[in-house]
Every structure is written in C-alpha cells, then in structure tokens.
Design a binder for this molecule. Structure first.
Ligand SMILES: CC(C)(COP(=O)(O)OP(=O)(O)OC[C@H]1O[C@@H](n2cnc3c(N)ncnc32)[C@H](O)[C@@H]1OP(=O)(O)O)[C@@H](O)C(=O)NCCC(=O)NCCS
Length: 221
C-alpha cells in the first residue's frame, strides 16, 4: 500500500518543529517511558498495561518490518534540535483495500503544545500524497477529548459512535469514529487552507560519498 519511498529507513517527514522518522532500536527506552504510562495506554487499542519487558523492542522490530514491506507506515516523533529523543509515535495501517487508519501517542510532558496535531497533519498529508487511499480513518475512545480535538483540527469529520474492540483493553468499548476523505482534503488544499498543505514532495539528494537521503517536507499551517 505504501510506495518504495517510505520503505527505506532514510525516509523522514519534516514539520515546523518535528521529525517523523522510522523508529530504531535505540528508541526503546524512550518509547517505554511513555507507552508504559496508564494515562497513555488506556486510550489505545493495542498498548498493553502493564507494559511488558521487551515490548518496545518487539514494537520497533514489527514497525520496521511493516515499513520495509510497504504494508504500513509507523514513525517515531522527535523534536528538531535538542536531544532528538523520541517523544511520540504515530502510524498508518490499511483498514480496507482503499482506506488507511491512523493512530498516535505523545509523551505526557509534551501534551498541549499542538505537537500531536502537527504530526497527524503531516502523516495525513503523506497518506494522501503517497498512497491511493480514498479515506483516512481514526477512532477515539468517547472520553478522549484531546484525541478528538487533534482529529477535528486536522479536518476529520465525526462519523458515529459505536462499540469497538480494543484488544489491549480487554473487550468492546464505546468509541467515536472519524474520517477524512481525499476530496475534502484536496478541496481544503485548493482553497489555500494552510492546515491541509501537501508536502512539496520528496527530494532525493546524494552527498559526496554517494549516500542517498530522502526528505518529505511539509508546508506549515
Ligand atoms: C491525544 C494526544 C496525542 C494529544 O496530544 P497533544 O499534543 O496534547 O495534542 P494537541 O496539543 O495537538 O491538541 C490537543 C487539543 O485537545 C485539547 N484538550 C486536551 N485535553 C482537553 C480536555 N480535557 N478538555 C478539552 N480540551 C482538551 C487541547 O486544548 C488541544 O486543543 P486546542 O488546540 O483547541 O486548545 C495525547 O493526549 C496522547 O498521547 N494521549 C494518549 C494516547 C491517545 O489518546 N492517543 C490517541 C488514541 S486514538
């Protein structure tokens, strides 16, 4: 579903304040530090709590394998400059043949700064730019106001509320379902809504020693 461009671990997305890049083994401690928190895990479908030893390493390996074979795009979020340690994760997985579902988490010390919205906008732009998906989908537990706001600010529309299976939460839970369709995304882009600017696409460069790098930059809204 994802193109060759994203299946190499030099793929990365730049936003105003963030890098979105493939997770790597050295991220395991940072990832554990926020995925092991109850306040983070309880809002998600797949993050176990308590967070088992070795789970971050397994997650990273699985994410990299999915990125490499083009079946998904799972990226670590780090802030530009500073130590660049991982402060969050987000991912896009096929929901059906033509729809892609996204998910995201951010470390609590970073909440409330607009960073998740910045990352989700960039991921959504990338999904519509680099795949043929007609819809980007997202689910959020009904009491997850912050996640709902992230989706609203990114242009997602509320669809309905229903019981969804959240395996790591042990059963069915009421969730709000949202979607963003390609036409609405493209229309917002055409209307000059800065929130929906498409990245100016990949630039591939080669340094003197022949190493290639690919950067997808997002115009900021
Ligand atoms: C959801 C999450 C990613 C949001 O991260 P974030 O960087 O704080 O998000 P942003 O700052 O971009 O936007 C959050 C919005 O929610 C609002 N918000 C947060 N808590 C709120 C509350 N209790 N009541 C009302 N609004 C609230 C913020 O004010 C902000 O909206 P605004 O910009 O209009 O003021 C983060 O809280 C998180 O990781 N939660 C745990 C995991 C999770 O829920 N993942 C999503 C699963 S679907």
């Amino acid at each position: 579903m994802f193109p060759d461009l994203t299946s190499d671990d030099i793929f990365r997305i730049e936003t105003q304040r963030l890098w979105l890049r493939w997770p790597r083994a050295s991220d395991a401690a940072s990832i554990t530090s926020f995925l092991s928190l109850a306040d983070v895990a309880r809002m998600t479908a797949l993050i176990p709590h308590p967070y088992p030893p070795g789970e971050a390493e397994r997650f990273i390996m699985k994410a990299r394998a999915g990125n490499a074979n083009g079946s998904a795009l799972v990226l670590a979020i780090s802030q530009k400059g500073a130590a660049r340690q991982t402060i969050g994760l987000l991912g896009a997985h096929p929901a059906t043949a033509m729809d892609i579902e996204i998910g995201y988490v951010l470390a609590p010390p970073q909440w409330g700064r607009g960073l998740a919205t910045e990352a989700v906008k960039a991921l959504t732009d990338t999904v519509f730019s680099l795949t043929r998906a007609n819809w980007t989908l997202a689910n959020s537990r009904v009491n997850n106001i912050a996640s709902r706001r992230v989706l609203e600010k990114t242009g997602f529309a509320f669809v309905d509320t229903g019981l969804d299976f959240l395996p790591a939460r042990g059963g069915l839970h009421p969730c709000d379902r949202f979607h963003l369709d390609r036409k609405a995304w493209a229309a917002a882009k055409r209307s000059g809504d800065g929130r929906r600017q498409m990245p100016p696409m990949a630039q591939q460069s080669q340094d003197a020693s022949g190493n290639k790098s690919i950067v997808v930059q997002q115009a900021e809204g």
